[in-house]
Design a protein around this ligand. Structure first.
Ligand code: PLP
Length: 386
């Protein structure tokens, strides 16, 4: 944008999502180019494609502006998560959300098994219990030399639990821990963990930010100059770099995030209400529902309740699978945050055995809510009749 910082700070995030990261010189294209070059002529700022790319820069300016920090784009959400967790020194501790994303838990379990990290899992919806665990970790004899991290996710995937981010961040900082927040489910438009004091935010850009299920990409955002340099080094040394074309598509997706969110979360709220009243359905989890245990907290720390919901069907895992086979419009499949709605029984995955077997996770897309309800209802009728 070309109008100076005074105007920029007063713009709504939905406007910033449209404008940040665009070339500004007279005659420039309105979209950052897809820079398809592995190397650069010597003597300039850019050197080699594993370290620099101007399409990355454009995306990083936009995401960093929305999250309120400096962003680094990675080849996937897991690459960003791995880079952040690798900043904890060997022998350090990580207290992590017990129902965090499966891949994060698998990464931590692997690091624990190899003796790289000591890992504890916590119910992050229980602030006192989580901080008590952090305190135990902070007083461990080897902790001070190796460091420690609290890994938060809110809402969690797939149980949609809400963590009290300001209280947990504050408490963990008081104990000397670094705090990371996976902000994938909320997106930068619905929740700002850095403003609540978090040290670093990660995203699976694959999901809401890209929004069209056509790229795999990740990002980390921080206000700490030391941390950004550590993460940049990790990205280069691990080689977990994003493709310029994927980054271009992610930035194009980010441009429409606000309007996609508006439609999808209105539909998610509508479907959650209808599911609550539907026979054969129980345990509807959507933070926008007044009886969700984290509803008040979510209303305080989020600017909307999101596009994800989960519910259980009576009849067990078989009926839940039958619902996934019976939908005609909603796509049965993993992932989330795309324009098309997706449904899956999460407990079908190894590593998800702690989940209720008949729990279905629904990622609400842009279809008309009446069409989505028609589809869910007919799938429930068919699955529960078999
Ligand atoms: C909350 C959350 N974080 C991180 C990831 C990992 O992202 P990616 O698949 O882009 O590596 C996922 C993927 O589903 C996720 O749901």
């Amino acid at each position: 944008m070309t109008h100076g910082d005074d105007r920029r700070t007063s713009l709504d995030p939905s406007t910033l999502a449209v404008h940040l990261g665009r070339p500004e010189a007279p005659g420039a294209p309105v979209n950052a180019a897809v820079e398809l070059s592995a190397t650069f002529r010597a003597g300039g700022a850019q050197t080699y494609g594993r370290d620099d790319n101007s399409t990355w820069d454009a995306f990083e300016v936009a995401l960093g502006g929305l999250e309120g920090g400096t962003a680094l784009v990675f080849g996937s959400g897991m690459a960003a998560i791995a880079a952040v967790l690798e900043t904890v020194a060997v022998g350090g501790w990580v207290v992590a959300a017990g129902d965090a994303y499966n891949g994060t838990r698998r990464f931590l379990a692997d690091a624990a098994e190899r003796g790289r990290l000591a890992v504890r899992s916590a119910d992050v919806a229980d602030t006192d219990a989580t901080l008590a665990m952090c305190e135990e970790v902070a007083s461990a004899p080897n902790r001070r030399s190796s460091g420690g991290m609290l890994w938060l996710e809110s809402p969690t995937n797939p149980l949609l639990a809400i963590a009290d981010l300001p209280a947990l961040i504050d408490g963990a900082h008081g104990l000397g821990l670094t705090v990371a927040v996976d902000n994938t489910f909320a997106s930068p438009l619905l929740q700002s963990p850095l403003e609540m004091g978090a040290d670093v935010v990660v995203h699976s850009v694959t999901k809401l930010i890209s929004g069209h299920s056509d790229v795999v990409l990740g990002a980390a955002v921080t206000r700490s100059p030391e941390l950004i340099e550590q993460l940049r080094t990790r990205r280069s040394l691990h080689g977990a770099v994003p493709g310029p074309m994927e980054t271009f598509l992610a930035l194009r997706g980010l441009r429409t995030l606000a309007v996609r969110l508006e439609r999808s979360q209105a539909s998610a709220a509508d479907l959650a209400e209808r599911l609550m009243a539907r026979a054969g359905v129980s345990g509807v989890r959507y933070p926008g529902l007044p009886d969700h245990p984290g509803h008040k907290l979510a209303a305080r720390q989020m600017r909307g309740f999101g596009t994800m919901l989960a519910f259980e069907v009576s009849g067990g895992a078989e009926v839940a699978e039958a619902v996934c086979q019976s939908v005609q419009l909603i796509t049965p499949g993993t992932s989330l945050g795309g324009v098309e709605s997706l449904i899956e029984r999460r407990a079908r995955w190894s590593g998800e055995s702690h989940l209720p077997p008949a729990l279905l996770r629904l990622s609400v897309g842009l279809e008309h809510p009446d069409d989505l309800w028609w589809d869910l209802d007919q799938a429930l009728v068919r699955a529960q009749a078999t």
